[in-house]
Design a protein around this ligand. Sequence first.
Ligand SMILES: Nc1nc2c(ncn2[C@@H]2O[C@H](COP(=O)(O)OP(=O)(O)OP(=O)(O)O)[C@@H](O)[C@H]2O)c(=O)[nH]1
Ligand SMILES: [Zn+2]
Length: 291
Amino acid sequence: MLKGIVVKAYNSYYYLQSGNKIITCHLRGRFKKGRFSLIVGDEVTYTLTGPEKGIIEDILPRRSMLKRPMVANVDQVVLTFAAVNPDINPALIDRFLVIAEYSELDIIICINKIDLANIDTIASLVERYVQVGYRMFTVAAKTGIGIAKLQEYLHDKISVFAGPSGAGKSTILNAVQPGLELTTGEVSHKIGRGKHTTRFAELLPLNGGGFVVDTPGFSFTDFSEMEEAHLMDYFPEIAQIAPTCKFNTCIHYKEPQCAVKQAVAEGLIHTERYQSYLDILTEIKASKRGF
Ligand SMILES: Nc1nc2c(ncn2[C@@H]2O[C@H](COP(=O)(O)OP(=O)(O)OP(=O)(O)O)[C@@H](O)[C@H]2O)c(=O)[nH]1
Ligand SMILES: [Zn+2]
């Protein structure tokens, strides 16, 4: 049985990467009857019906499923931020981290444009997130600094690149995989969500194995689906200390004898990380009240 991975879905055609070939496929009729949907990243079996044409027979079990964008079998997300232009904003990093944690993704944080950065500022920021346990990369896509190391971590994996507009995601992907030729633009020339007009994600193959996804509009501002009591789970350093709070219902807000607040006071948890926690908690509370 031949195997492939869906790299693109368009107009009821599915494009499979199979070995080093792209096979254009239709779905076997029985799939169409159910409420079944095949998405980018799905691994499938197929039979050939012509040269580089085929029909998809079966879908293999999904290892994971990301909803926005819709991609199956994502291994990790690379949260990408610019050190400068737009200036780095730790509160924004925390917001992206919370959504990525909520989506149960493995996370890499990538700080781009370090050619323009104040090294001390970036070093202390890197330290903050390394302490929490995150994998941090500093790169300059334009000059190539750090790109080889990032490439190692992308090998044989499906990696989704997400981050604010202008962070340099497309530029990084072009550096990681010469030949992709994704369009990049000046920050000031972009409006709203950026220049992307594609609505559907596409897997872009890397030489030597693995795929990357450049996300059109990863929506990272909406916390209303989350529960107040679970927010701590998306801050690893808070989740770790939470069991030692006096009350097991403690959400580390106004409760007495809170071990998390104690840890903040002692400098074990970064004040700005705790502030991000409180800000998002407040947003969740407000959304539950219908604001
Ligand atoms: N100095 C410097 N500029 C960079 C670097 N990487 C990207 N840029 C510039 O930053 C701007 C934005 O880069 P893009 O790659 O388009 O950013 P993006 O994250 O893909 O943006 P969206 O597509 O809107 O999400 C471009 O003008 C790039 O040339 C870098 O390492 N150093
Ligand atoms: Zn507490």
